[in-house]
Ligand binder design. Sequence first.
Ligand code: PAF
Length: 254
Amino acid sequence: MSQPIILKTTVELIQWRKTIKDKSVGFVPTMGALHEGHVSLLKKSRSENDINVLSIFVNPTQFNQAQDLDKYPRTWDEDLKLATGAGTDAIFFPTFEQMYPDNYTYSVHENDFSLMLCGASRAGHFQGVLTIVLKLLNLVQPNRVYMGEKDHQQLQLIKKMVSALFLPTEIVGCPTIRNSSGLALSSRNSRLNEDERNRSSLIYKTITTAANTAEAKAVLENAGFKIDYLVDVENRRYVAAFVGDVRLIDNVEL
Ligand code: PAF
């Protein structure tokens, strides 16, 4: 497979986008530390579009804790290998200054679902997510965007933003990819030690098998997890739980 073109500035990206204006563009926005979940999104995008674009940008405005941002894994060499193997044509890899020439004085607010679940415990998180995704969509102008259902709340909010702001793109939700014991793949998993990783598979097992949220909470708390939230909303069970200082999220349809 040929190496993707690397675009580091918005000007480069806008110029390059003009050269492919008659082609269909699939887009996978990420914060890097790519894993098989991202690879599955890139492969789906590859198979459904003429051009396959990946963005890698660890977006500071969606982190409510400086420590979490500092510890976010950055694995450029490995990311490049995985992106190349998955048939990526271009990687957009901007800096903060490129993405926020306004220094975040403009942003997107959603006043309902974004305040629940992850939004309730991570103030400003979805404001940061929606703002960066809107900027990326305006720059990349994709026909289709591929996003994982592991971040189900994020996926719903982005779908609704696209509809509310009349953006000419389709958001394609893709199934969560799990390891053999059920743990949802996440860039944050690389911060777990072996014992924590083994124990974390209990999250998926518990939310799929417990009769109700009280039972699921009790099982996970007894196993040493600190629960941020574990709730059922509209036929879906959502959980965020700490394993040591790593916060993991998951969800299943009921
Ligand atoms: O899911 C992620 O990796 C991020 O929230 C996203 C959508 C790339 C925005 O920074």
